[in-house]
Write a protein that binds this ligand. Structure first.
Ligand SMILES: [Cu+2]
Ligand SMILES: [Zn+2]
Length: 194
């Protein structure tokens, strides 16, 4: 009986750990120079994914923010992040009749001190498996723009340059595509030319 209880609590613990890997997921946001601006905390909820944004060092005013399709934040232009996350092939814009991209979000307002502390929902998104998962494939990214999203212009709301980027992906440790043969780790890997 004792063994059974031990087994049950061990598997419950395992389940808890598993879901913790995906939610909440805290990601770091970087500017074009590679400096950290703060964090975004993503949490799975029944109707979507909640984002809690705590950033500093931005220019005051309204800025567009979207989920983009690739977890690649290569500055200074962050073009590597690709287009908006759009698993249903819709048009861009929260105000577009044929919209919107799943990754479209309302503009954020940065205060006079350059900080923003905002909370928003990506409706119908998830951190679990499936086509609407922000972690599908390699993952996605969260991008902030210099200007604001007008809510209708194609393809991306005429929001201007990409000024901040954060990768929405699981920890490196969770990836299983790396070869784990200890015999291969003895030799230092040569860096690819950057
Ligand atoms: Cu964007
Ligand atoms: Zn969009």
């Amino acid at each position: 009986m004792k063994k059974l209880i031990l087994f049950i609590s061990a598997s419950m613990l395992l389940t808890a750990c598993n879901s913790q890997l995906r939610s909440p997921l805290e990601i770091e946001m970087y500017n074009a120079a590679g400096d950290s601006l703060g964090t975004a905390k993503l949490t799975e909820q029944s109707d979507g994914v909640q984002i809690k944004l705590k950033l500093e060092g931005l220019t005051p005013g309204f800025h567009a923010i979207h989920v983009h399709e690739f977890p690649k934040c290569e500055g200074p232009d962050f073009k590597s992040a690709g287009n908006h996350f759009n698993p249903d092939s819709k048009k861009h814009g929260l105000m577009h009749p044929e919209g919107s991209h799943l990754g479209d979000l309302p503009n954020i307002e940065v205060g006079g001190d350059g900080t923003v502390d905002a909370e928003m929902m990506i409706n119908k998104a998830t951190l679990k498996d499936g086509k609407n998962s922000l972690l599908s494939g390699e993952g996605t990214s969260l991008i902030i723009h210099a200007g604001q999203d007008d809510g209708v212009s194609q393809p991306a709301g005429n929001a201007g340059e990409r000024i901040a980027c954060g990768k929405i992906q699981l920890e490196e440790a969770d990836k299983d595509d790396e070869p784990q043969n200890p015999a291969e780790t003895g030799e230092e890997k040569k860096e690819a030319g950057t």
